[in-house]
Write a protein that binds this ligand. Sequence first.
Ligand code: HAM
Length: 447
Amino acid sequence: MTIQAAEGTKDLLPGEAQHWEDFKRMSAEVFGRYGYVLIDTPVFEQTELFVRGIGEATDVVSKEMFQAVSGENLKRLVAGEAIKGKSRLSLRPEGTAGVVRAAVQHNLVPPGAAPVKLMYAGPMFRAERPQKGRQRQFNQVGIECLGAQAPSADAEAIIMLMRFFEAIGIPAEATCLLVNSLGCDECRPAYRERLYRHLQDNAALFCEECLRRAESNPLRAFDCKNPQCASAMEQAPMITESLCGACQEHHGQVKSYLAIAGVPYREEPRLVRGLDYYTRTVFEAQVTEGLGSQNAIGGGGRYDKLAEEVGGNPTPGLGFAIGYERCVLALKAAGYEFPSASTCDVFVACVDGTVQDAAFEAVQTLRDSGLSCEMDHQGRSLKSQFKLADRQGASLVLIFGPDELAEGSVTVRNMETHEEAKVSLEGIADKGCGGLLGLAGIGQPPV
Ligand code: HAM
């Protein structure tokens, strides 16, 4: 039996892998305009970071972490021996905890400094039940802005998120932006208490897990997929009714900045997001069609306590992450045409075997000059070589024939118009595609 990719993982094949590269480049370009710089943190961290940062009551930490132990420690665990806390490792289920850990560890945000704006891209791992739009290894691009308290920073991040979707080709009308505020240390405890009471008073309507998690974080009941719990949560008190004055003002200002930027949003008082570190602003971008239940293509929020949670100074923070694979599904649903994987500029074709050596030499020279160049290595007919050049997306073909070669020239064929013209072989490498076609008087290659 052939070995398949592990459950919940997906190969990014040629073309797809190129699109992921382009996606990352586009994110760096868009986020760079807002002052973000790249950071790259390890794909595994001490488990303790995620437990403290994301929260023990979350699905992500309690059910979905891929734990990792080194060989020696695995033997100890199997033998029933204890291992050190710092040897308990987990593959990162998300990027925020690691970025904040790195910022604290390397003192990237000294007190009083300007906000630090960090962006990242890479694989995340969650042991969820795989389904359309839900993988066990998936890719994210994300940002974290550390050291900014003002609501304009929240709005700036949300605006950037929505601009990014448009930049990659997901039309604004295909997305819906949900926003909410989860309050702060001042107002959330009283709300949690009200929610806890709602769960206790209606205990018969909730699943065991909701009741158990009510002890550590009753807000998690909003995430429960059990339809009976969801319907019992319809009657639950809303956080928006419990926000303190400062949180109300912060939330109001975030919304007014969104309005200034012309970014439409919908208030969703049930939006709590699946991670416990959020304070105040939370947001999620969903696509309206084509993704089924896994329709969130990106989301994030503010986390003003996270830096302290991982041992740092009080540092306000906010950020978001975008799921690459879900964006691909959204692009497909929107009818986006993915560019082909080809990178070939010039194809060098041989009329017969006598010109093979000269053609081989020309290919190397053209590559050294910076052009992407290909030739046939299987003795194909000229017609088959043209077909191959076409499949590889070549803009032009240089045809090496014995007669032309004898007089020091080659034929240039424009692959779009099929026009042909003779050019001198001398100095072809210096001309580039456009130069060669121009020299042959047959116009520019297709872009
Ligand atoms: P998240 O909502 O858990 O937030 O993930 C962000 C995005 O990653 C989701 O909207 C979704 O597109 C994608 N995603 C999540 N899980 C999966 C999966 N199993 N398969 C495919 N795609 C998935 C975070 O990760 C936070 N760290 C965002 C953040 C940054 N908050 C503040 N800063």
